[in-house]
Every structure is written in structure tokens, then in C-alpha cells.
Design a protein around this ligand. Structure first.
Ligand code: N01
Length: 499
């Protein structure tokens, strides 16, 4: 336990971002890379979220690495299992599995300004790294609601991201708390199995139909055999998603067609005017993530499903008590209340040059980074899926790959110039974020709803407020001028960095 492993680059997490990092760094000749993964397999959120109905709401061709397209997707929107398999296969084919230490949880990352290196403590010993890459993801720490009596519930309780498949649901009374992206997939998938289901809705989401369909064998063969076809479809999917940015960030009237489509979708699927009224969103479309489902509304019209809109007052040992005093009995409580995004507990484990944690810095000063990736006061740290990189409308893998290009170019630049450390200048980071804040002020995300895009102060530090190709442009090259740097003096380290 007390041995220290010296490594050039240490990556935390083996989901889409961490895995992408080790693959892309390897292509550039950075081989002394170790990935620490707390679970027993790669896959991140796609390994953990195996609740019934889990699927991607971004089209399959777009929701994959550009360097590992998969012509074999079975349908337009891939189910969780297929994405998980894809990630595992990609790791296997890239030959990076042996670089991953599974079952190792990072407990503390401390930057040592005297040595210009990171000391990383884990449940399986200590690491000493020149560069630290955080690939811990934004949707990895389940958020359990702060509801009185929660711990006293006598039945089974689990979060959607920790689904317990051993708990029987057939003919039982199930309560689902939350009506976000996870809940709208779970509820229709189990509605026919359970005896009775109460769905607790605090805010009605905007829901659009999902243009899903299976890909016939012939179509899949075409993707495999016709050069460029899959990339062309992917480009079309990208462009059509990007069109939404106009309405989300600039011209609100551009949202009118999708608002009308969502209203029509609700009107067609829910005939009961009282239920329809309760399902009608009261905030601007796009302020929270727009959800895609063909069967959410239908599930709520089932005789054994009850939409509860009275606020939850507390959980009792036997069920959920709402503000009107009614106790709704339940055997199983499904918590579909999302994740700690802007307040991830992992940020408490990362201490910069002055000993402050990222959590402390970000909770006081706002969750800010430069280009979503580097943070003043935290040299040689690269945060993947960092501040202001989240998306509501398109593929996060596009943003991740943009960050990976920046990371690789940073390390290449350091190697070529013999630099020991790079640290973004505070003034540059501040100016970058002032601009982002001004842009975000114009977006739909700050028009009055509450969402995981927002921090405690009501700012939207989690989302990228522009076209995603602008982020791609901004991260194409590492801009060394924005950084303080120290040259490598240690000949051994120089050898390491110039290898
Ligand atoms: O979580 P959420 P999620 N009492 O935060 C409610 C991604 N994802 O797990 O709206 C009662 O969206 C909360 O109510 P309100 C995707 O990026 C992707 O569903 O805050 N209710 C809301 O209804 C997504 O955005 C896919 O009023 C409480 C729900 O819980 C992200 O994951 C699939 C409550 C939380 O919704 C998170 O989605 C699934 C309380 N105390 C997820 N606290 C894809 O398809 C919270 N709520 C790619």
C-alpha cells in the first residue's frame, strides 16, 4: 500500500473521456500512461446506468468516437447495452486495457509546487505523476434527494444509476421520484410489469417524439461497405442538432417549431385535459434538457400508473407522504433524481498549488476553467468534461474529442519545448469566462427553470453556450501564450518529456 508508482500521465476514469485520452495519447507516443478506474470495467456512465429502458437520446452514428465509427449499430438510438459493448470493444481494439488499473479509487490528488508533480493517493497505493487528467465525467455521482424520512423507508430503494435488478417489481407498488431523462426511460419500461406505480413530478418536462427505428441488415451493410456513407449520415445528424443552438442561445423564436411539436405530441398522446394540464411545462422549452420519448406520456395514461404532482413532504416507512397529507404506499422506491454535476464530490479530492480544493475554489468563485480544460492554480491538470463543456442538444463525445485534441497538443508542446509545467494565467481564464458568462446570459438555460446546468448561484457553468464547432475551433491547438510555464531542469525529467 505504501509504494509510490512514478508515471508520466495519470488519467482518472475509464469512461468515454478517460478512455479517449489514453487512446489519443498513445497515438502521439505518450506511452507512460496509467488509467485508474474505481469500477471493475470500462464504460463510465454507460456501465453504471443499466436501468430498464436505458438508451441514448443522441443518434447512434453521432454518439461514438469519430476515430472508431460503428457501422453495426442496431438502431437509430442505441440502447445502453450496445453502447457499453462498443466502449469495451473500442478499449480492446485500441489495446489500452492493460494500462487500466481496475478497482482503484482515487482518494486525493495533491499538486506539489516544489516538484511540479501530482501526488495521487488511491485505495491501492500512491502515484506520482507529471500530468493529471480527470476523466471522471459529469454524470457519475448519483444525487439522492434531501427528503425527510428517506432513510427510514422499509422497502427497497435504489437510484436509477445503481439499479438493483435483484429486486422484483412484478405486481409490486413502485414509486419513482423524478421526471428527467432517466425517469422517462424507466417508467414506460416497467409500467406493464409493476402492480402499481406512482410517478412523482416536481416540474413537467418538455418531451419530443424520438425518431427511432431499427437499422435493417441492408442498411448496416451499406454503412460498412460504402465509403463515406456513415460519415455523411453522421454529419447530417450533427448539423441538424446544431441548428437547435440558434434557438437555445440566440433567437428564441427559432424554438417555436419544436415547442409546437412538443405540445402536439402531448395533445395526441394524452386525451384527458386534467392530466394534460399537469404535464404541460411551465417554462421555456430547452431551459432544461429536452427529452425524447414515444412512450412516456402513454405510460402515464395507464390505469396502474398515477402521476403525483403534489409536492413530496416526506418519506415514511411505508411510502411517500405528499403535502396534502396523503400517504402513497410503496414497496420499492426508485430515485431518478439525477447527478451531482456542478458539485461533484470528486472536486473535494483535488488540491492545487496553494492547497485549495477544486470544490472550495469553484463553490466560492464559480465553476470556471479555461476552455473547459485547464484551471489557474492547478498546473498540469486537464479536466475532461470540465466547466462549460456540457450539452443539452448534441453528442458529448464531440466535446470530449475537442478536449482530447487540446490535451494531446498541450503535451506535445511541452515535450517539444522541454517544459515541466504549464498553468493557465488567471487573467486569461477570467477573460475567457467573462465572455462565456456574457454569452450564457443570452441563452435559454437562464430563463428561470432549475436544472443541473446551473450552480447554486443560478449561473450556468456546466453548459457550452454556443455552436459546438466554435469549441472545436477553440481547442484545436494548445495556445501556449495563455500559460505560465516552467522549463524542465531535471535531466531525467527532460529525458522523460522528450522521449
Ligand atoms: O436527472 P435530471 P436524470 N424531489 O437531473 C427531480 C443524462 N441522461 O438522471 O425538474 C422531487 O435530468 C427533478 O425535478 P426538477 C442527461 O444529460 C442521458 O434524469 O428539478 N423531485 C427531475 O425531474 C440528463 O440531463 C440519457 O423539478 C426531484 C429529476 O428528479 C442527465 O443524465 C439518459 C428532487 C432529475 O432529473 C440527468 O438525467 C438518461 C426532489 N428532491 C440521462 N430532486 C441519454 O439518453 C430532483 N428531482 C443520453
Amino acid at each position: 500500500m505504501d509504494q509510490t508508482t512514478r508515471v508520466d500521465v495519470l488519467v482518472v476514469g475509464a469512461g468515454f473521456s478517460g478512455l479517449g485520452a489514453v487512446i489519443k495519447l498513445g497515438e502521439e507516443g505518450f506511452d507512460d500512461v496509467v488509467v485508474l478506474e474505481r469500477a471493475a470495467d470500462v464504460g463510465g456512465t454507460w456501465r453504471d446506468n443499466h436501468y430498464p429502458g436505458a438508451a441514448c437520446d443522441v443518434p447512434s452514428h453521432l454518439y461514438s468516437y469519430s476515430f472508431a465509427l460503428n457501422p453495426g449499430w442496431s438502431r437509430a438510438f442505441s440502447p445502453q447495452g450496445e453502447i457499453y459493448d462498443y466502449i469495451r470493444r473500442t478499449a480492446e481494439r485500441a489495446g489500452v486495457r492493460e494500462k487500466i488499473r481496475f478497482g482503484v479509487e482515487v482518494t486525493a490528488c495533491d499538486y506539489d509546487p516544489d516538484r511540479g508533480r501530482w501526488t495521487v493517493r488511491t485505495t491501492a497505493g500512491e502515484y506520482d505523476a507529471r500530468v493529471l487528467v480527470l476523466g471522471v465525467g459529469a454524470l457519475c455521482e448519483p444525487n439522492y434527494p434531501d427528503i425527510e424520512g428517506f432513510a427510514d423507508f422499509a422497502g427497497e430503494v435504489f437510484h436509477t444509476a445503481r439499479w438493483d435488478h435483484s429486486v422484483p417489481l412484478t405486481d409490486r407498488r413502485v414509486a419513482v421520484i423524478g421526471t428527467g431523462a432517466s425517469a422517462i426511460q424507466v417508467v414506460p419500461s416497467i409500467a406493464a410489469t409493476v402492480g402499481h406505480m406512482d410517478v412523482y413530478q416536481r416540474t413537467a418536462p418538455w418531451v419530443l417524439p424520438r425518431m427511432d427505428r431499427p437499422y435493417p441488415r441492408l442498411e448496416r451493410a451499406a454503412y460498412r461497405k460504402i465509403p463515406g456513407l456513415q460519415r455523411a449520415v453522421r454529419a447530417l445528424q450533427y448539423a441538424s442538432r446544431e441548428l437547435q443552438v440558434v434557438g437555445l442561445t440566440r433567437t428564441r423564436s427559432a424554438l417555436a417549431p419544436i415547442r409546437a411539436l412538443a405540445r402536439a405530441h402531448l395533445a395526441i398522446q394524452v386525451r384527458d385535459p386534467e392530466l394534460r394540464a399537469r404535464l404541460t411545462p411551465r417554462y421555456e422549452i430547452g431551459c432544461k434538457r429536452i427529452l425524447l420519448s414515444n412512450d412516456w406520456y402513454r405510460a402515464l395514461t395507464r390505469l396502474n400508473v398515477n402521476l403525483v404532482t403534489d409536492p413530496i413532504e416526506r418519506v415514511s416507512p411505508r411510502g411517500v407522504v405528499t403535502a396534502d397529507g396523503v400517504e402513497h404506499p410503496a414497496d420499492v422506491l426508485v430515485v431518478a433524481t439525477g447527478f451531482h454535476v456542478t458539485d461533484s464530490p470528486f472536486f473535494e479530492r483535488v488540491r492545487g498549488a496553494d492547497g485549495r480544493t477544486l470544490a472550495d475554489k469553484w463553490s466560492r468563485e464559480g465553476m470556471e476553467a479555461y476552455k473547459g480544460t485547464t484551471v489557474a492554480g492547478y498546473p498540469n491538470l486537464f479536466v475532461l468534461v470540465g466547466p462549460a463543456t456540457g450539452l443539452g442538444h448534441s453528442s458529448m463525445i464531440y466535446m470530449i474529442e475537442s478536449q482530447l485534441a487540446y490535451l494531446v497538443d498541450a503535451l506535445r508542446t511541452m515535450r517539444d519545448r522541454g517544459l515541466a509545467t504549464v498553468e493557465v494565467r488567471e487573467a486569461v481564464q477570467d477573460a475567457y469566462n467573462a465572455e462565456l458568462r456574457a454569452d450564457t446570459g443570452e441563452t435559454v438555460w437562464v430563463t428561470g427553470c432549475s436544472s443541473w446546468y446551473l450552480d447554486a448561484k443560478g449561473n450556468a457553468p456546466a453548459v457550452w453556450p454556443d455552436f459546438t464547432f466554435r469549441f472545436r475551433d477553440a481547442t484545436r491547438r494548445f495556445d501556449l501564450g495563455a500559460y505560465h510555464r516552467t522549463p524542465t531542469t531535471d535531466p531525467a525529467a527532460l529525458q522523460e518529456t522528450t522521449r
